[in-house]
Write a protein that binds this ligand. Structure first.
Ligand code: ATP
Length: 274
């Protein structure tokens, strides 16, 4: 899955400077995290602690990167899972996996000597979808366990736990998940605009011999609607074309071919699922 790919590609830690574009989303997230760090003041004022941040937006826009950068920014241990990992044939298995995830977060923080931990759940909609009209589903228990664990988070606890979840189907989520004290802070992580696309391309060009005359701004202009993940692919494919051409640098022609390739790839993916 894309999460696994991101994991194997990412360095040991990731900062907000490694995320291209997304200026507003980054600012909103940092604001929320700064608030979280001031936990002593917060409890003095009797303010309800922030427990859950929901990142919403299309696939490949950097939600996982944001969660990782949040962990680095707050000096927290980081554990992650994808919603689909909790879907099991046997009743109760998903719920016990949720318990294990929280246990893992606490023990990881203790091991790393950190006083906070971030638990990231990608594709939260898989376990947190709407429970309609008393319909019993095998993973209701999983969602209930998640809610129970979240309700058990207290500001005074060590380690402090912050939940971050991601979805591209916010409207599908059960309202119980969105209630105050749960995932009540939402941050949109949208497709990047042209400036954002240029920034993302520049970040992924850092380790590549891009020809000085190649124009990344033009590449950004020609990739309207591309996600960060697709822009990363454009960079990678362009480098492959350059290498195949036995060139020492990646030039504009390689970028044009790469844009076409990524665009075509998307089309075939979509046709395949139709
Ligand atoms: P999904 O919902 O599909 O898991 P996501 O929003 O979590 O997607 P990420 O896993 O964070 O997306 O991004 C996938 C890869 O795409 C990253 O590892 C990175 O290489 C690239 N990428 C995506 N967005 C950005 C960005 N804003 N800046 C730099 N690289 C990005």
């Amino acid at each position: 899955s894309s999460e696994r790919k991101a994991r194997s590609r990412a360095p040991a830690y990731l900062t907000f400077d490694d995320i291209g574009g997304q200026d507003r989303a980054k600012r909103e997230l940092v604001e929320a995290l700064d608030f979280l760090i001031k936990h002593e003041e917060i409890s003095k004022f009797g303010i309800r602690p922030l427990k859950g941040i929901l990142l919403t937006g299309p696939p490949g826009t950097g939600k996982t990167l944001m969660a990782k950068a949040a962990a680095h920014y707050t000096n927290s241990a980081f554990v992650s899972a994808s919603g689909s990992e909790f879907v099991e044939m046997y009743v109760g298995v998903g719920a016990s996996r949720v318990r294990d995830l929280f246990k893992e977060a606490r023990s990881r923080a203790a091991k790393d000597g950190k006083d906070s931990a971030i638990i990231f759940i990608d594709e939260i909609d898989v376990i947190g979808g709407k429970r309609e009209g008393g319909q019993q589903r095998e993973y209701d228990q999983t969602l209930n366990q998640l809610l129970t664990e979240m309700d058990g988070i207290h500001t005074a606890d060590t380690p402090r736990i912050l939940m971050v979840a991601a979805t591209n189907r916010k409207e599908m989520l059960d309202s119980a998940l969105l209630r105050p004290g749960r995932f009540d802070r939402h941050i949109d992580v949208d497709l990047p605009d042209k400036k954002g696309r240029l920034h993302i391309l520049q970040l992924h060009a850092r380790n590549k011999p891009v020809a000085p005359e190649a124009n990344l701004e033009r590449v950004a202009g020609e990739t309207f609607g591309f996600s960060g993940a697709q822009l990363e692919s454009v960079m990678n494919e362009a480098a492959i074309y350059a290498m195949r051409d036995a060139r020492t640098e990646v030039d504009q022609q390689h970028f044009s071919l790469a844009i076409d390739k990524v665009m075509m790839g998307e089309k075939t993916d979509r046709e395949a699922t139709m």
